[in-house]
Write a protein that binds this ligand. Sequence first.
Ligand SMILES: [Zn+2]
Length: 417
Amino acid sequence: MSITSDGDLDNVATGTERAVLRVLSDGRRRTVAEVCAELATARSSVVHALNRLRAAGVVVEGPTQRTTRGRPARAWSLAASPGLLAVVVAAAHGFLAGVVRPDGEILAAVHGTADCTAPGTALELLDRALTRAAVTSRDIALAVLGLPGPSMFARTPGPPSFAASHLRRFREWDGRPAADVLGEHLARPVFCENDANLAALGEAVYGDAAGAATMLHVSLTHGTGAGVVIGGRLHRGGSRLAGEIGHLHVDDGGQLCECGARGCFWQTTSIPALLSELAVAHGRTFTVRDLDAAAASGELEIVRALRGFGRSLGRRVADFVVFLDPEAIVVDPSLGAASDVIAAGIREAVHQYTPPMMAASVRISSGSLGTTAHLKGAAALVRTENLLDVAGSGPTGVPGGPGVRRPVRVPPTADAR
Ligand SMILES: [Zn+2]
């Protein structure tokens, strides 16, 4: 048997071996007990898989670790370092670039608010992040590019396809696919994902919702949307737009939406719409920072407006709760204290409009990761989709990019312990 290259892994390795490699793909050392716990798999199966992978030179046993009972336990890890991840997020509010370990540890993060459609800005920010992390592109295994609009994720790296739309300015840099520009800059494979999906996965794996198999992440700052995680993985849907709650219908006679429909929810229930309403009501302009400050100081009128906004949003979120019975709902924390008030409004509506058993079991909170959610989400994406292996630098690959992997033989040994 061989665990081989070019996507054949799924055909030749056992299911347990694939699962063990996926667990270890973040580069962190784990005991057999820890691997068993993460996989919910019998110890004998995990030990058998580890022994075969060790015989193939894919995994190694590290120094012993002391357990809580004082009994030594061997720790297992990949034989080769999985490499680092470069992350670039391009969105309406600007760029975010970072360097992240596959286990989610952030080595550097740089924000930029300049023109988010200019490739020079993104690449310059990324180079600054590399410098800050004291690494070069040679230390990078692959890149994750977060972009607004329908998810363009594909397990095979390459230029993603997309239709002409108002989002093209984010997805093309100087008239070329952003993924191509980034890939050439790093000489590494690039995987694309919706930016809100990255934040959702980050919160689902590393944030307040960690451990929740099914969760909804509500994004607020730039339109009203959501990321959906089911079974620990992103649910993208057939048209790659799952979770776009901002486009739920509310008004047959409403305005024409950029999505092509009329009277979409976000047109009247979104943070930009709320800021406009507050400006009219109070005769002055309001910013997102004003909402945060007003909520933090308990400014009654603003808190009431935020709470009402949360209840309106929660009325629609309640339908999602009934459909999918999630364990957690996480609200975009970028509004600071205002996010907490909105989360409270959503909680009220969910409790009012869902069966009591469902309402009692779902945790609703504002996120705990802040702007790091996208970066950690990129690490979670790499792990949940096994991208290091696809990119050729993972446990069954040879570093150097796609298409350069060679087979790794796994002899039929089985000294299970
Ligand atoms: Zn719409």
